[in-house]
Design a protein. Sequence first.
Length: 319
Amino acid sequence: MQSEVPSTSKIPASGYIQVQQIQKLLFKYPVDEIIQEEIIWSLYVSVENNSFRPCDSIRGTFKAMFPDSAVANKFSLPRTKVSYMLSDGIGPVFHQQISDDVKKSSARFTVLYDEATTTGGKKQLDIHIKYFSPQKNEVATRFFQTFCVGHATSKILSDKILDSINDNGLQLQKLLALESDGPNVNQGVWQAVNEKVKQAGSSGLLNIGTCNLHIVHNSFEKGIKEYGNAVQEFAIDLHSFFKHTSARKEDYANFQFDMDIVENVFMRYLQTKWVSLGAVVDRIIEQWKPMLSYFRELEKLDSKKQPTSAAFIKNHDET
């Protein structure tokens, strides 16, 4: 078996860290070869967001593929082991890495949390942390911790949030704000955490409303309508122009190939998810040269052969 996962594989939740970088992080000390391969396979399953179920039979597959490999013959990683490997073996390494990154930051941080009832009927509190990452030199939002709770009172939720901060060695006085949705229980959470933050020596939490996630989201929407409405329409029309026709996609792929531009498709933009516009615009900028060339070639066609869709007319005018 190969001891490396292709470097093109990435871990979305950790800011697109290459798997080879993860190997360096995990294998600082000598590790049994079989355990190393099991860790790498677990990472692959996580990277590709694969189901754990096929892992039950992967041992037989590897033995058939690599009959002369001692590692393949001893490799054993059923789905339950993969789950424990990720949650109790590999997960804590990344969790510690995020905690250390937050501690190194001179800026204050924000805690985002949401409590919901799972399909199994259990209440789950998910906590994310937003901070300026010295490692990435950017504002980062990372999953931080999950708690399972029976009751979800304001006291229980606030205690769990404070435990997450204190148990990981973060400075409570550097907590800038809480972000959540708007149920009344969260007002109690805010008040309880705010009091503890003041006791830690801070002036208190930044208060921008009980449902600040939606307030900020709506503010962003207003800003786009004021300054970027044409960009929204252009992004929507550009995506719809290519969406339902394989012929256009194939023709456009030829322009990408000729210009040595990665063959990505134009991303769909939803007006109800305004904060996604940045990624959509980044993709358009990436594809700008082949996109211009493609539409300019369409201009040269006889008018009867040119597309008559509203999306084409708008794109034609913009380009």
